[in-house]
Design a protein around this ligand. Sequence first.
Ligand code: BG6
Length: 484
Amino acid sequence: MVARVIPVDPFELVVFGASGDLARRKIFPSLFRRYLAGQFPNTARIIGAARSEMDAASFQEFIKAAIDEFSPGAAQNTKQLSAFLKLLDYVAIDARGDGGWAELKAMLKGECVRAFYFSVGPGLFSDLAERLYKHQIATANCRVVIEKPFGRDLESAQNLNRGLAQYFSEDQIYRIDHYLGKETVQNLMAVRFGNLLFEPLWNAQFVDHIQITVAETVGVGGRGGYYDKSGAMRDMVQNHLMQLLCLIAMEPPSKFDPDAVRDEKLKVIRALEPVEPEDIVRGQYRAGDDGASYREEAENAQSTTESFIALKAHIANWRWNGIPFYLRTGKRLRARVSEIVVVFKEPPHSIFGVDAGRSANILTIRLQPDEGMTLQVTIKEPGPGGMRLIEVPLDMSFAEALGETGAEMPDAYERLIMDVIRGNQTLFMRGDEVEAAWAWTDPIVAGWEKRRDVPQLYHPGTNGPEDSLMLLHRDGRRWRDLEA
Ligand code: BG6
């Protein structure tokens, strides 16, 4: 199956923070892959902007090295790579002063889509916005792209939103949560709303509980400074897991349109109940044979920041009344796996008698790696031994089902950057969504800070702290095993 490529309109894209990590790892390699796919023409202009002095040729060399490193397969197309590099220009800019802005203005000429990617810390968002406006570089329908963290609590998120709103309207602001750009995350909507099979069962009457897991094997590594002020709750739950929860729990939007989808997600976030202290488990990894402890990596011997969190959430609405959503995420765990598990209730009555065994259907949606879906169904155990029931998986690997294109899932940033150019905000977070997510998160964090809770230590390469298992055992349930 060959992926369809719909070309985008000509554009001018300015990437602030162009020498930073995200630009090297994701933004420029993704742009190149889209160029390679034929999604945009040679009339596109991409301008890197950062503090250091550099000419266009050195910047092109710098980006070539990044593409060689982070997208080696694509980089083999040397002819197209040189053509792509020719689209790049560079300007040294002073985000808090006036240096470089006149030069930037002179570089932008076209009457085309104009987008500004703020690949910088949130502390600079307002400064950049103000200068784009002051130097009349921002046009009426230009777009700005920003990255998390969108604040660290409700107040700071409101300040950020207010700062941007002085210069840009909400439909010009593209807040990236890269989970929404993942092909398989978008598939959640296709599976739910493109099939008749699941939706009638998707409610408190038939679902026993839902598990959402985003487990990583890596530690915080060199990001300890940022992470220690944030922790798993702010770094992952408030945004990525929250988005997954929304897509799984929301009502069907009337159409696949940015505001229709985001209105439904917002309703889910606003319906989340406060979480009780006994329904939260925080953990921190110890040192292991192959790595330092969290505290060593964060260079904070006293740190009480969590590198793991599990919690039980409830959505107070008709559809989900009383149904627990168990969320967990952590670093240095047994396997890298992101998945959503929908456990259905058992049939109300077994016609085969209790000895035959009873079982429930389980739908597992694997987001990464090995994207796919498994539905556990009950069948008769083969053989003459009577009617005994066993559970078997109906398995579908997306890569197998889709052939080559399935195996080469595009990076989340490829889809998201092209959506910015297309002017489609469906996969971006709206300001009110971000604020609602913080409004739910803040009391949870404030609660453990007030109680001075200390995270439980866990061994790297495990399922996280013991208490996380207890969170489900207590309810007569168990987590799905963390398997790569
Ligand atoms: C980021 C977090 O947003 O997502 C990181 O800040 C985390 O801590 C990362 O490792 C996980 O993303 P992915 O795409 O590797 O699952």
